[in-house]
Design a protein around this ligand. Structure first.
Ligand SMILES: [Cu+2]
Length: 251
């Protein structure tokens, strides 16, 4: 590498690290504050089943079928080269037929009913701005859903122009299970003093009874997803927007 401009030394010749070389900044004792890296244990039977079904089986069948097809093409018999005058070369052997894909007809994979445990938290999102930046909405959001909140200008003694909106939600808002799964729900309420909650089955019937949930408490609910479709987790106080969905897939 050539030398740098007069008065400077090229980094390479000086042995200095490249500009973007990352250095680890360690403070004394910092290492002890780091969260240890998660070391996964051996996969359980259920995990293995899913991996075999979802990751291994279908891709490998596709790869196998493609490979067999390529071999078939590669091995397909070309007519032998013409032999010496008066002779004809042998005909190449026919290539093997490609293997049929198993269990791939419907694009699905084997599944079976089991148990699912979801942790669900009740929270309230809030957002504030001021009317010199954005005019308040012309329609009061609190009239659109019992889960929406709206504080017009004047609610904030620190800034008379501030206005605020809010929305109660479940998080996660969408969950997935299989038909026949026993579903256990553990709730924790962060915001809102009262949420009267139940689960509605796809046919509109009640999958659970009502539970009044209060801030700072944990609650349990269980039911069996006997039918495929969408189960709705509904808060009666904040309908319709404070709803979560459990999509139950058919076996
Ligand atoms: Cu609620």
């Amino acid at each position: 590498m050539s030398a740098g401009p007069a008065g400077t030394t090229s980094r390479a010749s000086a042995g200095a690290p490249p500009v973007h070389q990352r250095t680890l900044r360690e403070e004394p004792g910092a290492a002890t504050q780091r969260r240890p890296r998660h070391v996964p244990g051996p996969p359980g039977p259920k995990y293995i089943r899913k991996v075999v079904n979802m990751r291994s089986r279908i891709p490998w069948l596709i790869v196998s079928a493609l490979a067999a097809g390529l071999i078939a093409v590669a091995c397909a018999g070309d007519d032998g080269a013409a032999g010496p005058a008066g002779a004809t070369g042998p005909t190449g052997a026919a290539g093997a037929a490609g293997a049929a894909g198993a269990d791939g007809a419907d694009g699905g994979f084997a599944a079976s009913a089991g148990a699912k445990h979801f942790y669900v938290t009740g929270v309230e999102w809030k957002g504030t701005t001021s009317s010199d930046k954005l005019a308040p909405p012309s329609v009061d959001p609190s009239g659109l859903s019992d889960g929406y909140g709206f504080n017009p200008e004047g609610f904030d003694s620190g800034n008379a122009l501030n206005w605020r909106v809010a929305s109660y939600v479940w998080t996660p808002g969408s969950m997935v299970a299989y038909e026949g799964d026993k579903i256990d729900l553990t709730f924790f309420i962060i915001n809102g003093n009262e949420h009267t909650t139940w689960v509605e089955a796809p046919d509109g019937s009640d999958a659970t009874g009502e539970v009044e949930m209060n801030r700072g408490r944990e609650y349990e609910m269980s039911f069996t997803a006997t039918e495929a479709g969408t189960y709705r987790l509904i808060c009666n106080n904040h309908e319709p927007s404070m709803t979560a969905y459990i999509q139950v897939l058919p076996l």
